[in-house]
Structures are given as structure tokens and as C-alpha cells.
Design a protein around this ligand. Structure first.
Ligand code: UT7
Length: 331
């Protein structure tokens, strides 16, 4: 009897824009300081895709090309490509389509997903189901955000927070059921739309001079409101995952948290009883790259991982969306 294949990550590559926007430079743009941003959020710098005429697909297709090369994959072998982004190149066509075109991926189908900062978790949960059917052998998930395209650099409450990046992951089946995607717990609560949103350009508020004048094409966040939900729910769901699998802090190799605020990450790690060295943090260098932040941390720290390492991936984001994945590193 065949066991259900488990979804495993077999490669991960990134595109990080060159431009480094420091707290020092931000403090010449708005009334803020390195001291405030470091103590309240934990970000020192973030990367920005500066050039006009380039969207998320520019970064994402470079990440995918690097992934194809690193995994010795011919574009014709890719069966599916899914792009997670809250900053698609355009409302439609889907960015996944554009990326396939730029990368010569012609035998695949795919679509975009949008689940805010929990986007990687929601997308990985979706994709692992395709892998578990046994019909798919190579699926690419690419998470990319040009957050700078929706940030108002005159609003000090949001402009220090976000950064740009793209990360592509190859997802394949593993016959060894002890490795790869083990479990997920995912949630949504639409109350979140009152706290974190970008309204203009959709069907409710179609693009107009008026809503651009009202700055509705930018991100708005009621930070404290989001913080209160995030700090409780990200810790709760991570603890629930540990209990469900009888995992102690010793059993967990690393927590890979969404990188929105160092204080939220610390609270989650405390609840899980994890020491600092088991928490992967790069918010200081990249800021909040929304749904890209968990893959970005996996990419950044992958040299630490050993086959069989238990990882807990946890996020909270716009929507609200939140959740946790229990993943066992496979190589
Ligand atoms: O990734 C998706 C989910 N998002 C999150 O998880 C984000 C959750 N929220 C947060 O991380 C925090 O709420 C923020 C980092 C966004 C804000 O930190 P805070 O400690 O909640 O600050 P606050 O909004 O309560 O503002 C405190 C003070 C205010 O001044 P007054 O009213 O006390 O005089 C703000 O105007 O800090 C002021 N402030 C700033 N001061 C200097 C807000 N932004 C800045 C700034 N520089 N950049």
C-alpha cells in the first residue's frame, strides 16, 4: 500500500532589491528616528525596488529563474506555479501568469493567492493538497511583494515598516511521511478589514482622482489594534500546534515567525518557551515583507537546518488571517 506523499521544499531562492532604505534616510523624510523604530518595531533597514516600470513580477521571475537553475529544473517540468502577493503587477492579469511567461514556463497552470502576511502559510497549505493527490511532482510557490508601491512615504506610522523582496520555493512529493508538511492550523476573521487595508483600485472604490487625493491607494494601518490581535493570536496558534503534536520546546529546532514586529515575535517565542537561538529573526535587515517574510527567513537561515528539524512557521496579517504550520525539514 502506498502512503500519501508529503509536500517537501526541495529548493529556495530569492531576489532582494539592492536599494537599502535606512532609518537614517527615513528620518529625513518623516518625523521619526532610528531609536523609535528600533525600540517599537525592531527594523534598522529595508530593501526597496526603486526603479520605475518594474513590478512584483520582476523580482519574482528572477527568484524563479534562480530556483530553476539551482534545482536543475527545465521550465517544461513545472506543472503549477502559484504566486502569493498583495502587490500584484496589476489587478488582473494574475501575476503568476506573467511570471510563467517571463520564465518560459509553458506546461503549467496556476493562480495568485492573497492572504496578507499569512499568505505563505495559506498558499503552502493549498499546494500541499495538490502534492498529496500524487498527481503533481513539481510545483513552484513564489511569494513577492513590492510593498513600497503602496506605502505612503509621508505617513510615519506605516512607512518605516515595509520592505520589498521575492522568494521562490520548489515543492515536490516525498515518499517518507515523516518529512515535510505535517500539519496546519489556519484562521480568518473579517473584523481585520477595519484595521489594515488598501481600499482604492478595487470594485468598491474604483480608481479615481478623488480616492487618490484621499490617499486611499496607500496602506492604512491602525497599528495598536492590529498589534493587540496579532500578539495574542500568533502565540495562541503556535502553542496550539505544539500541544496538538505533543511538542516540547526541546523538540522544536526553530520558530520561523512572520516579521512584523520584534515584540510580537518575542511574545510568541515566550509562550512557546523557546530560547532566543531557536527563533529566526531578520526583521532588522528586511522589515515587513508581508507574505514573503516567512520564506525570506527560511531562505536566509537555511544553512542552519538539518534533515528532520522540526520547524514551526507562524504568522498574523491583514484580513485578519493567521495560523501555524508544522514542517519537518527534508534535506
Ligand atoms: O504584518 C501584518 C500585521 N501587522 C502587524 O502585526 C503590526 C502590528 N502593529 C505594530 O507592530 C505596532 O502597532 C506599530 C509598530 C505599527 C506601532 O507601534 P505602537 O507602539 O503601537 O505605536 P502607536 O501606534 O501606539 O504610536 C505611539 C506613538 C504615537 O504618538 P503619541 O500619539 O503617543 O504622541 C505615534 O504618533 O508613536 C508615534 N509614532 C511614531 N513616532 C516616531 C508612530 N509612528 C512613529 C514613528 N516615529 N515612525
Amino acid at each position: 500500500m502506498h502512503s500519501t506523499p508529503k509536500a517537501i521544499i526541495t529548493g529556495i531562492e530569492a531576489y532582494i532589491p539592492d536599494y537599502v532604505l535606512t532609518n537614517q534616510e527615513l528620518s529625513t523624510m518623516v518625523d521619526t528616528s532610528d531609536e523609535w523604530i528600533m525600540s517599537r518595531v525592531g527594523i534598522r533597514e529595508r530593501r526597496i525596488l526603486k526603479e520605475d516600470g518594474l513590478g512584483t513580477s520582476f523580482m519574482a521571475s528572477i527568484a524563479v529563474q534562480r530556483l530553476l537553475k539551482a534545482t536543475h529544473t527545465d521550465p517544461s517540468e513545472v506543472q503549477m506555479l502559484v504566486c502569493h502577493t498583495v502587490t500584484p503587477d496589476m489587478v488582473f492579469t494574475a501575476t503568476s501568469n506573467i511570471i510563467c511567461d517571463k520564465c518560459g514556463i509553458k506546461n503549467a497552470w496556476g493562480f495568485d493567492t492573497n492572504a496578507g502576511c499569512s499568505g505563505f502559510l495559506f498558499t503552502f497549505e493549498t499546494i500541499r493538497r495538490f502534492i498529496e493527490t500524487g498527481q503533481y511532482r513539481k510545483i513552484i510557490i513564489v511569494c513577492g511583494e513590492r510593498m513600497s508601491s503602496i506605502v505612503n512615504y509621508e505617513d510615519r506610522t506605516t512607512c518605516p515598516l515595509f520592505g520589498d523582496a521575492a522568494v521562490a520555493l520548489m515543492i515536490e512529493p516525498s515518499e517518507d511521511p515523516s518529512l515535510g508538511f505535517q500539519d496546519s492550523i489556519l484562521h480568518v476573521d473579517g473584523i481585520g478589514r477595519r484595521y489594515l487595508y488598501q481600499t482604492a483600485g478595487g470594485s468598491l472604490y474604483p480608481a479615481s482622482h478623488d480616492n487618490v487625493d484621499k490617499r486611499m491607494h496607500f496602506i492604512h494601518q491602525e497599528g495598536q489594534g492590529v498589534f493587540k490581535y496579532a500578539v495574542v493570536n500568533m502565540a495562541d496558534v503556535s502553542e496550539e500546534m505544539m500541544k496538538r503534536h505533543n511538542l516540547t520546546a526541546e523538540d522544536i529546532a526553530y520558530l520561523v515567525p512572520h516579521q512584523a514586529n520584534l515584540r510580537i515575535i518575542d511574545a510568541t517565542a515566550r509562550r512557546m518557551g523557546l530560547p532566543k537561538e531557536k527563533v529566526l529573526i531578520n526583521i532588522e535587515r528586511f522589515g515587513n515583507t508581508a507574505g514573503t517574510s516567512i520564506p525570506l527567513a527560511i531562505w536566509d537561515f537555511k544553512s542552519k537546518f538539518k534533515k528532520g528539524d522540526n520547524l514551526i512557521l507562524s504568522a498574523f496579517g491583514a484580513g485578519f488571517t493567521w495560523g501555524s504550520i508544522f514542517y519537518r525539514w527534508a534535506y
